[in-house]
Design a protein around this ligand. Structure first.
Ligand code: URA
Length: 245
């Protein structure tokens, strides 16, 4: 962080927009090496300790955001027609080069992680260690014990046979089956295609977990937050090449 401006340092670590951070600094809430600094342009150096309201701000170059993706938003960093997941994230994150880890269909809602940690994305998506992802699917048609077995044994699709997947029938509601599906792979439209192969149709799909990271139920669609310390510990372990669930 040699020579980095204090306001930029805090913005890049998700502490607020540049204008909010300027205000925070000017109001005396930020200290560098224990000394209150009220100058947003103040340059900090390697080894300096920055604290906000008495709490040390980790000098961490990677950012991890949990987003509850709404329907109608695409899982990319930009799109000529549609809103991209990175368009939803506040301006303070714009310069960080965030991208989504994996893809959800445009109409799929739920958990997607945005980061600038390429090793985490690579390790969590690599076929050899694909992390488990869980979804809630609302399905039309006859979903029964035989479907559960088919998901477990693998379903032959046109271009590949699926790996063993867990299907749990949760309830039957309004003519639909509500089911939980856990996959360790992520081919294009995979869950929709698996149900389709069994004569059923997914009418809504929501991702509820990615490895050990669970979608925060307090986040409405379109809302996001930084991963907390426990979640970051898991992500760091995956990033280093271990701890995949
Ligand atoms: N399976 C699908 O069919 N769609 C998704 O978005 C994710 C998994």
């Amino acid at each position: 962080m040699s020579g980095e401006r204090l306001d930029r340092f805090l913005a890049n670590r998700g502490k607020g927009s540049r204008s909010v951070i300027k205000h925070i600094i000017k109001s005396g809430r930020v200290a560098v090496n224990g000394i209150c600094i009220r100058i947003p342009e103040y340059k900090i150096n390697e080894g300096d300790t920055v604290a906000l309201d008495g709490n040390i701000v980790e000098n961490e170059k990677y950012v991890y955001i949990m987003l509850n993706k709404p329907s109608g938003v695409v899982s990319s960093t930009e799109d000529p027609r549609d809103t991209a997941v990175t368009d939803i994230i506040g301006k303070e994150y714009k310069s960080l080069g965030l991208f989504p880890v994996g893809r959800l269909d445009k109409d799929t809602t739920g958990l997607i992680i945005l980061t600038n940690d390429g090793a985490f994305a690579h390790n969590s998506l690599s076929p050899s260690k694909h992390v488990e992802k869980r979804y809630i699917a609302y399905v039309e048609g006859d979903v029964n014990d035989d479907t559960v077995k088919k998901f477990r044994d693998g379903i032959e699709l046109k271009d590949f046979t699926t790996k063993s997947a867990e299907l749990i029938i949760k309830e039957k509601k309004d003519g639909l089956t509500v089911a939980e599906v856990a996959l360790r792979e992520g081919k294009f439209h995979q869950i929709k295609r698996m149900f389709e192969a069994e004569g059923c149709k997914v009418v809504h799909l929501k991702r509820i977990s990615f490895g050990k990271i669970k979608l925060d139920e307090g986040l409405d669609e379109g809302e996001y937050r930084l991963l907390d310390d426990n979640e970051r510990e898991y992500v760091k372990a995956v990033s280093r090449g271990g701890a995949v669930q």
